[in-house]
Every structure is written in C-alpha cells, then in structure tokens.
Ligand binder design. Structure first.
Ligand SMILES: NC(=O)c1ccc[n+]([C@@H]2O[C@H](COP(=O)([O-])OP(=O)(O)OC[C@H]3O[C@@H](n4cnc5c(N)ncnc54)[C@H](O)[C@@H]3O)[C@@H](O)[C@H]2O)c1
Ligand SMILES: [Zn+2]
Length: 350
C-alpha cells in the first residue's frame, strides 16, 4: 500500500521507497544527487535508502554530527563546504535523510546554495515524518535561539517510509507521537481512534503505519496549505507548544532534559486544562508519557519564556485551545494566574 498527498508545489509519498522513489526520480532530470546524513542515519538508514531507491547516479554522501547541538551555522558551513567540493550545480538534487535536524538544516543549506537547489525530505523519525518534513519551514539555531535563522521553502517531494521507524529508540518514537496526538486533537477525530489508547509501543504492521502517517500528515498539510506563511490558522499547530517550548527550555539545563515531544505532551495537558477536552486528552497523554513534576520555583521563569512568543499582546499569553465542539479550536489569552493553575493541575495529576 502506498499513499500520495499533494501540497501546492510538492508531493508527499507515504509508503515503501522501493514503490515510490524510482518512478518519481526517473521523471526528473537531476545532474547530481547529494545526500545529507548524520552519524546515526548513516548507519541505520543510508543502507536501506540506497537499497530501496534503485539505480541513481553515484550520490555524494555528506555526513554531519547528530543532534540539536549541531543544528547551527557552523554545521551549515561544513555542508556548504561539501557542496563546494562536490561542485554541486543548480540542477542537483539534495536528499535530507534524517530526523528534523537534518531536514531543517539540510533544507536550509539547499535553499541557500546558489540561491536554491531542489531538495527532498526523506524523514527517518516519527516527528520528522509527521511534522518537520511538511510545511517548508527550514533553518538552524543561532546563539542558543532555536530556528532563529531560516527560510520558508517547500521540498520538491517528501518520502515518508515507515521502515526507518524500526531502529528508533523508544523514547524518540514516543516523542513523535506527541505531534500525532496533536494532529488528532486539532484536526482529525478518526486519527484519534487509530492510535493505541495506551503506550507501550504499538506493534503496527507497515500498512497500519502508513494509514497513521497518512492521516497525521494530511492534518498538517491542510493547515499549512491554508496558511503557508503562518498568519492565521497555522496557529493551531502550536497547540501544546506555548507551554511546551517554555518547559523544554526550562528543563534544558537539568540532568535529564525533556524531549520536544515530552514537553509538548505536558504543554497539551496544561493547555487543555482550560478546555472541555481536558479529561480525554489528559488520560491519553498521561498513559504515553512519564510524569515530570514542575517545581513551582520555576513558574515565574516559565511565564517569562511564554511571554516571548510573538503572538502575545498586552502582557498576556495567546494560545489555541480545543473548543467546545469536538475537534475544533479557539484562541484565548491567558494571565499568569491561569498559567499557575494549569501547571498546578499537571503537577497534581499523579
Ligand atoms: N520544520 C518544522 O516545521 C519543524 C517542526 C517540528 C520540529 N522541527 C525540528 O525538528 C528537530 C527535531 O527532530 P527529531 O526529533 O527528528 O530529532 P533528530 O533529527 O535530532 O533525531 C533524533 C535522533 O534520532 C536519530 N535518528 C534519526 N533517525 C533514526 C533512525 N531511523 N534510527 C535510529 N536513529 C535515528 C538522530 O540521529 C538523532 O540522534 C528540531 O530541531 C525541531 O526544531 C522542525
Ligand atoms: Zn512540535
């Protein structure tokens, strides 16, 4: 089974690369193929990628260190240096084979190389398949500020093949589920029922993965197509992230930082506390993710971090919440007192 989704300027293929890639590639006319990997996707994903895609002109492989710590302009320089060495021309194709870090950074390098060469996303984490690879937001961190340098540019295609999920550490896989749960809440009641109500790790068949990925990606596509430059409806995608980003930063300096998905999961619980969906959402999220108490001494710092968000006005924090109607959203402004109530609600759950 293979599924195909359409964005205004790009295609998203969900299914085995062996069924999707060659057909697509043979219809293009690329002069060179330049594959960006990190040290983990080089071992776990590159052999599968090369085996599945069939015959292509000898690709250049550019390997960079793994992890968010390397999503920066220094690593971009390394990638651009590889491009220079490979004499990469305007008709080349860049392949980003990795999680959201490789997708965001490799896409940014491709979008800026010679004012832009085509690139495809071949996401290898659940988060990247369902979220980061879709929507054309590219970039890197700078002076510790996430994604502060970047551009909007669509890949020419995205190939989401669930085969790559098999080698993901459980914590990374689960973290990706936070975004799938988010997509279900903001846009697809059926997706909600496709997911197992409780962790442990779902023992999905390939077809079940394809169905789940397809539904989750479809929600993101529908929202970004409506609002490609983040002026309105795209705010829905921020559900869980107003609290989530602040919590992610706040736990960064601890001995066990939260993953992005874990932080967003807590964020969705805190934000849905203010909605009528509280019980349903809280039950699902607390079965997937461990409880991480948030020290009340950190509440003022969390408020400060939340205030930095660009959508706020007049000292309050603006966010999108699940609304009265099933699977619809509303925008609210919250005060510091409401923030304290939400975090205390989360702390009191266990
Ligand atoms: N552009 C967007 O719209 C958007 C949306 C959400 C997140 N993001 C970005 O995505 C990034 C996070 O993405 P992520 O969670 O995929 O992190 P990641 O890219 O760092 O991948 C997580 C870890 O898993 C490893 N890995 C990747 N695929 C693997 C596989 N198949 N098997 C084994 N190991 C594998 C990676 O090497 C890394 O160590 C952040 O930088 C975030 O800003 C971007
Ligand atoms: Zn997210």
């Amino acid at each position: 089974m293979e599924q195909h989704l359409q964005l205004p300027n790009s295609h998203v293929f969900v299914g085995s690369l062996s069924e999707t890639f060659s057909d697509w590639f043979n219809r293009q006319h690329y002069s060179q193929v330049f594959v960006i990997v990190d040290e983990h996707t080089e071992s776990f994903c590159l052999p599968i990628f090369l085996e599945q895609i069939g015959k292509i002109p000898a690709p250049v492989i550019a390997k960079v260190p793994a992890g968010e710590a390397h999503k920066n302009t220094a690593t971009c320089e390394t990638i651009w240096q590889w491009m220079l060495n490979a004499k990469l021309d305007r008709n080349a194709l860049v392949v980003n084979l990795g999680g959201g870090v490789i997708g965001d950074m490799g896409g940014f390098c491709a979008a800026t190389w010679k004012r832009g060469v085509d690139f495809i996303q071949v996401p290898t984490t659940l988060l990247a398949m369902t979220d980061a690879a879709i929507g054309g937001k590219l970039g890197v961190d700078f002076h510790g500020i996430k994604n502060i340098i970047g551009v909007f540019k669509e890949p020419v295609a995205v190939f989401a093949d669930p085969v790559f999920l098999k080698t993901l550490p459980e914590r990374t896989l689960k973290s990706g589920f936070a975004e799938v749960i988010k997509h279900a809440v903001i846009g697809d009641p059926e997706l909600w029922t496709l997911m197992p109500p409780k962790w442990p790790s779902p023992n999905y068949s390939t077809d079940q993965w394809i169905q789940l990925l397809h539904a989750s990606i479809a929600v993101k596509i529908s929202i970004v197509t409506d609002d490609p430059l983040e002026k309105g409806r795209r705010m829905l995608l921020n559900f869980g992230h107003t609290f989530g980003h602040a919590l992610e930063s706040c736990f960064l300096e601890t001995s066990d930082p939260l993953t992005h998905g874990e932080a967003v999961a807590i964020g969705m619980i805190c934000e849905s506390m203010l909605s009528n969906k509280r019980d349903e959402i809280t039950a699902r999220l607390s079965s997937y993710f461990p409880h991480r108490p948030i020290p009340p001494s950190a509440f003022p710092a969390i408020w400060k971090l939340m205030l930095q968000d660009k959508k706020n006005s007049s000292g309050n924090v603006r966010m999108a919440l699940p609304d009265e109607l099933p699977f619809s959203m509303k925008t609210v402004d919250i005060s510091p007192e409401t923030m304290v109530r939400s975090l205390s609600f989360y702390n009191g759950l266990w």
